[in-house]
Each structure stands twice: as C-alpha cells, then as structure tokens.
Design a protein around this ligand. Structure first.
Ligand SMILES: O=C(O)CCC(=O)C(=O)O
Length: 272
C-alpha cells in the first residue's frame, strides 16, 4: 500500500561530467539510484501486476522474437498506487531533467520489462521510431528490481547514435536486429554495456540511442521497470508510421500534431 512505501525523494545534482558525457554518448548509468530497501518495497506490487497478466502472453516458445524478449506490461502507474509512487518519483524525474538539460519533464509512459527464464534477446532498435514526439529530449530510465548478474546482463548502447537521430525506420524485431547488426559490422559502431547491475542501479538512454539486450540463459526472472519521459513543452510530431499512430492514441490521448503535450496522461513529474 502506498502509505507504507519509502518516499523516493530527489537527490543532489549529478556530476557535471556525467551530464556532459550523456549529451555525447546518449546513455549513462547511475549506480544506487534507489537503495536495496527502497526497491524491495516496490518489487512485490510490481511483480504481482506482471505475473497477473503473464498468462495472456502464452507459452514462450509460441511467441515471435519480440514476444520472447520480455513480458512488456505498460501503464502500471495508472492502475496501482505503488507503481504510481515509483514511476512518478521526483528522484528519477530530476535525474532525467538533468541529463536532458531541460527545466521540466513529463511522463510519456511507464512499463515493466520482465525477461523470463530462457527469454530471448531484445533486438537492436531505436525507441523514438515509435514516438510521435517533436523533440530529441526524450529519455528512458531502466531500473532492475533484482540484482542482474553479468551473464544475464543489461543493455548494449551504440555510443553517440542518438546524434544521428533516425538510422532506419525499422520497428523492433528480426529485421531491425539484422539491419542494425550489419550496419554495426560495416560502420564499426562503438558500443557500451554497463554489464551486471544491482537492484536500484539505473541506466538512462536517449530516445534515439540504438540499443539491444542479451537473452536470459538463467532460471531467474530479469525484473526491470522503465519510465519514459520527455521535455516539458514538447509538441506532438507529424504521424509518419503506423506505430506512431498507435502511440498517439494510447499515450497522447489522440492529441493532434503540433499540439503542446500537457494532458492528464502526461503529468509534469519534475519540477514537483
Ligand atoms: O529490457 C530490455 O531488454 C530492453 C529495454 C529497451 O529496449 C528499452 O527500455 O528501451
């Protein structure tokens, strides 16, 4: 219940060189952004929500590559007080605003990404291919709620790829994996992974940063919560692909291109 949850209060500012490096690389890690005790308070309600809907995903073997990558459960904050306290946390939104170097950030949406035991790789993709947001000031916080060992691993990012913006128009799947993988060989991308992570560590990546994640060869559930935020003042972008029309309806309440995004589904999370 929300009243027993620890408050995720803001922390002091990030070091200036971390903000500078994020602008250059399009990704960073903040170790210990939440303490093990704090995460332990949020894991049970989030885990229960994911496990409740898990049967709807069907057997792992019957899914396509994207479906095998994780149980993707969006909008937890709209259905549960504890998830709302997590996803609306000023601590996380403040870090996002600092990294984006903007005065304020709004929620795009949250989602749990639980990679099951035996779950497949997450194909190379750029998130912002999905998002009709007329800004490059977008960011995802990706926080494991359990310790993730080296052989499960966290994401791999292509350094500086966010500066190229759209590198293709693939949505996530076998095609995006093959296309970006051959680009990687041809162009010799420099990549970074932060490897093993503790519960409460978090990576942040920009919406245009090209990334993937390895499969889960273990018997553990890779329980991860993500929060996607964008700069306050952002407008709806022209709709150029079917997945963007979907996002426009689901995450932006159908707001028309050119409209400033400020509806109740996209609350201002920083400053509070
Ligand atoms: O959790 C994963 O495997 C990938 C997550 C991801 O692609 C994202 O948060 O943008």
């Amino acid at each position: 219940m929300a009243h027993t949850l620890p408050p995720l209060d803001p922390r002091p500012d990030l070091p200036a060189d971390q903000v500078r490096d994020f602008a250059r690389d399009g990704h960073t890690v903040v170790r210990g952004l939440a303490t093990p005790e704090e995460v332990a308070a949020f894991l049970p309600p989030i885990d229960a929500m994911v496990r409740k809907v898990a049967p709807h995903f069907g057997a792992l073997e019957s899914r396509d590559t994207y479906g095998k990558a994780f149980l993707q459960v969006p909008n937890l904050c709209m259905h549960d007080d504890a998830a709302r306290a997590f996803s609306f946390a000023p601590r996380f939104a403040k870090v996002a605003a600092e990294l984006l170097q903007v005065d304020g950030v709004r929620l795009y949406h949250d989602q749990a990404l639980f990679k099951e035991p035996g779950g497949g790789h997450t194909p190379w993709h750029q998130d912002q291919n999905y998002w009709p947001l007329a800004t490059d000031r977008t960011i995802t916080m990706w926080m494991p709620l359990v310790d993730i060992p080296e052989h499960v691993g966290s994401m791999t990012f292509v350094d500086g790829s966010h500066l190229r913006r759209a590198m293709g128009d693939w949505i996530i799947g076998d095609e995006s994996e093959a296309a970006y993988e051959s680009m990687r060989h041809e162009q010799g991308f420099r990549t970074t992974t932060y490897g093993a992570m503790k519960a409460g560590d978090a990576t942040f990546h920009a919406g245009w940063t090209l990334h993937r994640a390895p499969a889960n060869p273990t018997g553990m559930m890779r329980a991860v919560m993500t929060i996607i935020l964008f700069a306050d003042g952002t407008r709806v972008a022209p709709i150029e692909a079917p997945q963007q029309a979907f996002d426009q309806q689901i995450w932006l309440a159908g707001a028309e291109p050119g409209t400033v995004i400020d509806g109740p589904g996209n609350p201002l999370l920083w400053p509070v």
